[in-house]
Design a protein around this ligand. Structure first.
Ligand code: PTJ
Length: 250
């Protein structure tokens, strides 16, 4: 059920985001545990003042450089990402056609994977891959359904961006030598700690910022982008995010 949230409500944005998730739950795109994951994210976002901090911009700069230099950059989409950020995905695909989009679910059933893929296709995202379709390859060291990789997507990826990762897959992907970028509001999560780049920001703010940076980086030299990547220290960046949260609670 969708309720009208007045624009003047002080928490209109947050309430509208919740509505999107509630709709996603009704249609089977989002799971009940996805609602819990969102609540955890909201709590961190509240402490971060619901804004994109300079440390997140810096992580986004490096993510943009990595995706620009990648041979085969892939964006991995789960239920929450689909429900919350389908518009941002469509814009990214339109502006950066090199990006490959693949649906990869933790709470998997063939029907749910189809539901999420169809939802995205229906909204206008094109060529959406399904990790489990056809003859998927297997990500070593992982038992969950997230181990499946589409041969033309994550299996081929050298750089992979994941929103709302679970720590196990992040570790398994890193172990294969792939470069992993996560978007996660919790700087203490295993995914944030294990990824090469952790963007501590809310999905729907992070993706438009990434879109702009990718556009700017398209005209920069490889050397310049590589220098930016080489100079990045992920632990230091996460410490700045943790410091911002500590400061918020006094
Ligand atoms: O759709 P599925 O089946 O693949 O399941 C997806 C969920 C989200 C249920 C699954 O990946 C999961 O359980 O995730 P976790 O382990 O709870 O991790 C979610 C992380 O994302 C937490 O650290 C949250 O703080 C963070 N988070 C939640 N909402 C947002 C967020 N980070 C950025 N933007 C958000 N909107």
């Amino acid at each position: 059920m969708t309720r009208d949230v007045p624009d003047t409500h002080p928490r209109a944005h947050s309430l509208n985001v919740r509505e999107r998730l509630a709709e996603g739950l009704s249609s089977g795109v989002v799971t009940l545990t996805g609602m819990i994951a969102h609540g955890r994210g909201e709590a961190f976002d509240y402490l971060l003042g619901e804004k994109t901090h300079p440390f997140a911009h810096e992580a986004l700069d490096v993510a943009s450089a990595m995706l620009t230099l990648a041979e085969h950059p892939v964006i991995s989409i789960n239920g929450n990402v689909a429900a919350l950020a389908f518009e941002e995905m469509i814009t990214l695909q339109h502006n950066h056609p090199r990006l490959v989009f693949e649906v990869n679910l933790f709470h998997y059933s063939p029907e749910r994977a189809r539901t999420v893929v169809d939802f995205l296709l229906d909204k206008g995202l094109k060529n959406v891959l399904d990790s489990s379709a056809g003859e998927p390859q297997i990500l070593a060291g992982l038992e969950s359904s997230r181990r499946w990789m589409h041969p033309e997507g994550i299996a081929k990826a050298d750089v992979i961006l994941v929103g709302l990762e679970d720590g196990d897959r992040c570790e398994a992907l890193v172990a294969t030598g792939r470069k992993v970028i996560v978007i996660d509001l919790n700087p203490l999560s295993r995914s944030a700690q294990r990824a090469h780049v952790a963007i501590v920001d809310e999905l729907t703010r992070a993706f438009p910022a990434l879109d702009e940076k990718l556009t700017q980086d398209a005209s920069l030299s490889r050397e310049r982008l590589q220098t930016r990547i080489d100079g990045y220290d992920s632990s230091e960046n996460l410490q700045r995010a943790i410091h911002a949260i500590r400061k918020a609670v006094g």
